[in-house]
Ligand binder design. Structure first.
Ligand code: GTP
Ligand code: MG
Length: 200
């Protein structure tokens, strides 16, 4: 799919303030600093449309981007960042969970995982919760430019076997780098396919 236009719409403090759920929507979620905002920029070929930072905790609201005038991409705050105040962390978690559970036009959630790390408990528990809530999701491995190919393959394999302890089948999996643009075409084509399969 070709992205011919992408624009930042606005930021919202909670799911019930988001635009009317009239267009298909895809959101990016994952631990702080995993590369959600960078991935959105990479997909859209824009440098800083979604604000990125080396400091975790940059994205603090629900950010909507309108693509080709027909569908939304959503940048969410990160979860599990230890250095922000506990109360604020809880607010974030509520915000993210409510958005995911109640946003009617959310077609697929992309769960981002840093490809350099072994499976982390909070990511696995989060996906478990998605399963319980029957939220369709895919896994996106990020920052693949930061490790050798062999190591990457090993980490992904370990991730799959760990998932299969709890899951009968695996979700769609993407490997990406916002530096090399690996995965750009695959994710955009996947969204295009889903856009065709939903009725809005
Ligand atoms: P929060 O908004 O704080 O939750 O973080 P985020 O998940 O949106 O991460 P963000 O996109 O801001 O990226 C965090 C840092 O990782 C930045 O310094 C990015 O440049 C870097 N980064 C993100 N993706 C990649 C990647 O694919 N490769 C490399 N080498 N660096 C990346
Ligand atoms: Mg961000």
């Amino acid at each position: 799919m070709k992205v011919v236009s992408s624009e930042f719409l606005a930021s919202y403090p909670s799911f019930d303030k988001c635009p009317e759920p009239k267009l298909p929507e895809y959101a990016f979620v994952g631990r702080s600093n995993v590369g959600k905002s960078s991935l959105i920029n990479m997909l859209l070929d824009k440098k800083q449309l979604a604000k990125t930072s080396q400091t975790p905790g940059k994205t603090q609201l629900i950010n909507h981007f309108l693509i080709n005038g027909k569908w939304y991409l959503v940048d969410l705050p990160g979860y599990g960042y230890a250095k922000i105040a506990k109360t604020k962390r809880k607010d974030f978690q509520r915000l993210i969970k409510d958005y995911i559970e109640f946003r009617l036009n959310l077609v697929c959630l992309f769960v981002l995982v840093d490809s350099r790390h072994k499976p982390q408990n909070n990511d696995l528990l989060f996906m478990q919760w998605l399963g319980e809530k029957q939220v369709p999701f895919s896994i996106v491995f990020t920052k693949t430019d930061k490790l050798p190919k062999m190591k990457l393959a090993e980490n992904i394999e370990l991730y799959k076997t760990t998932m299969l302890d709890k899951w009968e089948s695996l979700p769609e999996i993407f490997t990406t780098s916002s530096e090399t643009k690996l995965g750009q075409e695959e994710i955009l084509n996947y969204i295009e396919k889903l856009n065709r399969s939903v009725d809005f």
